[in-house]
Design a protein around this ligand. Structure first.
Ligand SMILES: [Zn+2]
Length: 184
């Protein structure tokens, strides 16, 4: 299933960092690098040069917890029926990639305290365990905020309208979003 499982991570670490530095990446949304640089990460890192389909054969998607992936697929199909395309801007991430995101955010925000409002640690991030997915574009995230509970998918943090986790049984009411990622 994982055709790149044998590949050693870290080989392209430097180029990954370079791409991150070049980009405007601040939080948990992976954005395309503006300079058109080639993707710096390996498939195993979860780095995405651009948003991908929820059905893509990419470790960022295939590495998601199966229940989350199934819920995502069901939501994407229903959103499409509503005329809204859901894309994934970030899904499963390696611990190393999560650390790079956090390091970058600390440089960006000037302090770890502020950075942690947007980017979690490798130990705490649900992206690293495959239990979180970031949805775009804005209309897709908005659709998911309004309809995600039908699939058990809830907006976890009030300051991240794109970040969803499977928090309730399908059809139940989502709990109130926590203020930000630093709240746990
Ligand atoms: Zn996220």
């Amino acid at each position: 299933m994982d055709r790149v499982a044998h590949r050693r991570p870290g080989v392209t670490l430097l180029s990954t960092v370079a791409v991150l530095l070049a980009g405007t990446l601040a939080g948990c949304t992976a954005t395309a690098s503006p300079g058109g640089s080639p993707p710096g990460g390996t498939e195993e890192s979860g780095y995405l040069a651009e948003p991908i389909s929820p059905f893509a054969d990419d470790w960022a998607i295939t590495g998601l917890e199966p229940g989350l992936r199934a819920a995502l697929h069901a939501a994407a199909e229903d959103a499409a029926a509503d005329g809204v395309e859901l894309v994934v801007t970030s899904g499963r991430r390696s611990a190393g990639y999560q650390q790079e995101l956090l390091d970058h955010a600390i440089r960006e925000y000037g302090s770890e305290e502020e950075a942690r409002r947007w980017v979690s640690t490798p130990e705490l991030s649900r992206h690293v365990t495959g239990e979180a997915v970031d949805i775009g574009y804005t209309d897709g995230a908005d659709w998911m905020v309004r309809n995600g509970a039908r699939y058990g998918l809830c907006q976890t943090y009030a300051n991240e309208m794109w970040h969803f986790e499977r928090m309730v049984a399908p059809g139940e009411v989502c709990p109130a979003a926590r203020p930000d990622a630093s709240a746990g």
